[in-house]
Design a protein around this ligand. Structure first.
Ligand SMILES: Nc1ncnc2c1ncn2[C@@H]1O[C@H](COP(=O)(O)OP(=O)(O)O)[C@@H](O)[C@H]1O
Ligand SMILES: [Mg+2]
Ligand SMILES: [Zn+2]
Length: 380
């Protein structure tokens, strides 16, 4: 057997309804529909990222198309099942709505839809991030949804159901996927640990589950990272905490760099990952002030005295410290210190933080970069 490395999110993607965790309502209804042969032509799967929408769409497609089916439990061994698992079935198409927003792709799709499936019962179109389609694309899609050929099934997935036109919604059966609970994520990680023969403290899994913020995918990713980080040692709460801390420091340094570079787009992007990551904002602001304080000290004293940081952080902070004046650092630091209180009093803490960043960048003046340069380095 080859021991090729495969990331957990691929290796442990559920292949049956029973393996999909925390979405029992959805699974149960879909299973019943298969048993009773009541298959609709359009489904909408909505819910947060990384909770099983695409996974469920694929299992459903398999259940419908399996050579031994339609069956609630697809066999997962016939060529049709295997092709769907590998993502190269001719009859189960996955389209990313975010990168195929336009009318052309949907027109193309409308032409394809008319042809019978090549090897299976149904042609299944899974359109991810469907809310990203343009109005014209939605209109074209609607025409197909009004009179779909019998062999076609659409499964739309979205994190943003409120941005889908009512005309489309009214033609879909809507399934709402839930955020995964801490308990579900911890359980999922424990299962993977057992399958992989990895020893991990319960507390370590719990910390990962918290950082995953409701997404099983993120839980598995962080778990994967933590195992690499721990270099084969038992995964302890200490190791996980340390790793997550390093990721956070890296983010904070990047944000500080984007601010002094006046790269507004970059700074906002980092903030989005922080909002999405479900960090405690007050904690984040406190640590941000801490980093800024260290940068200011490094700038002033030009050595490590008084700056309580690792060598690696010191080098990065020093580079950032050279990019603007002491007065500017002081100004931003003072604003950052007041921020924590303003956040606690606000109903919209994320906007308070974002305003602070825009403010800081405007204060630094000069030319503001709104382009999406990845590194925040000065463009020539
Ligand atoms: N409900 C779930 N049960 C078990 N694993 C899950 C679940 N949801 C997501 N995962 C894991 O996360 C990965 C990505 O899930 P995916 O179905 O693509 O999420 P979504 O489409 O909702 O963003 C899967 O391959 C799987 O490893
Ligand atoms: Mg998906
Ligand atoms: Zn099969």
């Amino acid at each position: 057997m080859s021991k090729e490395y495969m990331v957990f999110t691929r290796k442990h993607r559920p292949q049956t309804f029973d393996d999909i965790m925390g979405q029992d309502q959805v699974s149960l209804t879909l299973k019943r529909a298969i048993e009773q042969g009541r298959i609709m032509q359009a489904y909408l799967f909505s819910g947060p990222r990384g909770v099983g929408k695409t996974t469920t769409a694929r299992v459903f497609a398999k259940a419908l198309n399996c050579e031994k089916g339609p069956a609630v439990n697809p066999c997962n061994s016939c060529s049709i099942c295997r092709e769907i698992t590998q993502g190269n079935s001719m009859d189960v198409m996955e389209i990313d709505g975010a990168s195929n927003r336009g009318i052309d792709r949907i027109r193309e799709l409308r032409e394809q839809v008319a042809f019978a499936p090549s090897a299976s019962r149904y042609k299944v179109y899974i359109i991810d991030e469907v809310h990203m389609l343009t109005t014209e694309a939605f209109n074209a899609l609607l025409k197909t949804l009004e009179e779909p050929p019998k062999h076609v099934i659409f499964i739309f997935a979205t994190t943003d159901p409120q941005n889908i036109p009512q005309t489309i919604l009214s033609r879909c059966q809507h399934f709402r996927f839930k955020r995964a609970s801490l308990n579900t994520i911890t359980l999922n990680l424990r299962m993977i640990a057992e399958k992989e023969g990895i020893s991990a403290e319960e507390e370590a899994l719990y910390i990962i589950a918290r950082a995953a913020d409701g997404a099983l995918r993120d839980g598995q990713r962080i778990f994967d990272q933590a195992i690499t980080y721990s270099k084969g040692e038992t995964l302890t709460a200490g190791i996980v905490g340390e790793m997550l801390g390093e990721i956070e420091t890296e983010k904070l340094l990047q944000l500080a760099d984007f601010i002094v570079e006046k790269n507004l787009a970059g700074a906002i992007r980092i903030m989005e990952t922080i909002f999405e990551g479900g960090y405690d904002l007050k904690n984040f602001v406190r640590e941000f002030a801490e980093i800024f304080r260290n940068i200011l000290i490094i700038k002033t004293l030009e050595d490590r005295q008084g700056a309580d940081v690792s060598d690696e952080v010191f080098e990065k902070a020093k580079a950032i410290s050279k990019k603007t004046s002491r007065e500017n650092f002081l100004y931003i630091l003072e604003k950052a210190v007041g921020l924590e209180q303003r956040i606690s009093r606000s109903y919209i803490p994320d906007i308070v933080v974002e305003t602070f960043i825009v403010n800081a960048i405007l204060f630094l003046g000069g030319e503001i970069k709104t382009g999406m340069s990845e590194t925040g380095k000065k463009e020539p």
